[in-house]
Design a binder for this molecule. Structure first.
Ligand SMILES: C=CC1=C(C)c2cc3[nH]c(cc4nc(cc5[nH]c(cc1n2)c(C)c5CCC(=O)O)C(CCC(=O)O)=C4C)c(C)c3C=C
Ligand SMILES: [Fe+2]
Ligand SMILES: [Fe+2]
Length: 351
């Protein structure tokens, strides 16, 4: 018989973002601590944030997601209090776990706002949480993540709906558009040790199939490394230019499949830069919304929780990869930056 206490709470695990101009540099220093990213790139990204008043929409979007999750749990009889903690900005994990401990939580189910496995979206969160639990000390709640939902029917349905809506906004059926699905680029040395690309390609294929878009490609954005370091390619802007040079793009839909909310990277890289490039080239373009609080996405989160509460037997997954693991194997999503990190392993910080 298991000696573990039953799950008694839910934790939304996320990235965090600045809430005003004075927060931007300390936030970016948290994100990039120990990373091989030139300071000029950090200052360039700080400009993107400054352009939007120093406020990233990510925290507000997470508050909205928490509200939607609470309502979904309530309407389906899941009686778990809901908490939220971040890697790079308040509320930080240690503060949230302290509060949870004070509230008597012993074992929590966590949903990470990353649909795809990478060091940043999987292992680093687990390291951050382990460090926060140590900080909280005895009786810090146990934290167990739900499985990655990249091929869950709820996520695929939400993404396909958003592509259809975007295509409709430029008066085109999805079958007639070029569909570019974008994700955060990562160093090849990180990509080698995780299933990021495989999962992204599979989810992209499933979304394209679900909305009837036959002409699609997976591309990357938000690269931050020095030019000497290889990162995943092609870059979204380069690919738009290349495809349009090769054969004029009649209509373009861009879906940020790699991000669950329309935060700064989406607003700057796609709504500003890609939109500008398309306008210059006369390409009709619509950016599809990320998952956000789409009902299908919120139901997916509930469904992943229900699995772990053993309220249901099924573990829904579309396509060829099957339901992802609940418990990460020891070597899941490892990453050794080329240059040694300046903080001990387990410390917070990085995209
Ligand atoms: C070495 C890899 C990465 C660097 C360097 C990096 C820099 C960087 N990132 C942001 C902002 C965001 N990144 C987000 C997600 C994200 N970032 C990486 C990798 C690096 N980022 C990955 C693999 C991912 C996807 C998985 C994940 O952690 O979510 C996000 C979205 C977070 C969310 O919860 O939606 C943001 C925002 C900045 C500003 C930055 C430095 C210039
Ligand atoms: Fe992993
Ligand atoms: Fe990042």
């Amino acid at each position: 018989m298991s000696s573990l206490p039953p799950y008694d709470s839910f934790l939304l695990v996320s990235f965090g973002g600045p809430e005003g101009p004075d927060d931007v540099i300390p936030f970016l220093e948290n994100v990039l601590r120990g990373k091989n990213v030139p300071r000029e790139r950090m200052l360039e990204v700080a400009e993107h944030y400054a352009h939007f008043g120093g406020v990233s929409p990510i925290n507000e979007q997470n508050r909205e997601l928490l509200t939607a999750i609470k309502a979904e749990f309530q309407s389906t009889g899941i009686d778990l209090p809901v908490y939220w903690g971040n890697r790079n900005w308040a509320p930080y994990f240690a503060d949230t776990l302290e509060q949870m401990k004070a509230d008597g939580c012993q074992r929590t189910l966590a949903f990470f706002t990353s649909m795809f496995s990478s060091y940043s979206g999987c292992r680093q969160y687990r390291e951050n949480i382990a460090a926060a639990r140590q900080q909280v000390g005895d009786e810090a709640p146990l934290v167990e993540k739900v499985r990655m939902g990249f091929n869950h029917p709820g996520f695929i349905a939400a993404m396909a709906e958003h592509v259809k809506a975007a295509a409709a906004s430029i008066d085109c059926p999805p079958s007639d558009v070029k569909l570019l699905l974008t994700a955060h680029s990562i160093p090849l040395s990180m990509a080698e040790n995780c299933d990021y690309e495989i999962q992204l390609r599979e989810a992209s294929r499933l979304v394209a199939e679900a909305c009837g878009a036959s002409d699609w490609d997976l591309v990357y954005q938000s690269r931050s490394g020095p030019p000497t370091q290889p990162w995943l390619e092609p870059d979204v802007l380069d690919e738009i230019a290349r495809l349009d040079d090769e054969q004029k793009i009649p209509a373009l839909v861009i879906l940020p499949i790699g991000f669950v909310s329309d935060h700064m990277e989406v607003m700057f890289d796609l709504d500003e830069e890609a939109a500008e490039l398309c306008a210059e080239r006369g390409i009709p373009m619509a950016r599809a919304a990320s998952a956000g609080t789409s009902p299908a996405f919120v139901k997916m989160i509930r469904s992943l929780v229900e699995e772990r509460l053993e309220r249901v037997d099924e573990r829904p997954a579309l396509g060829d990869l099957g339901p992802w693991h609940d418990v990460c194997p020891a070597d899941c999503c490892t990453y050794t930056p080329r240059r040694p990190a300046s903080r001990p392993e387990g410390a917070s910080g990085q995209g």
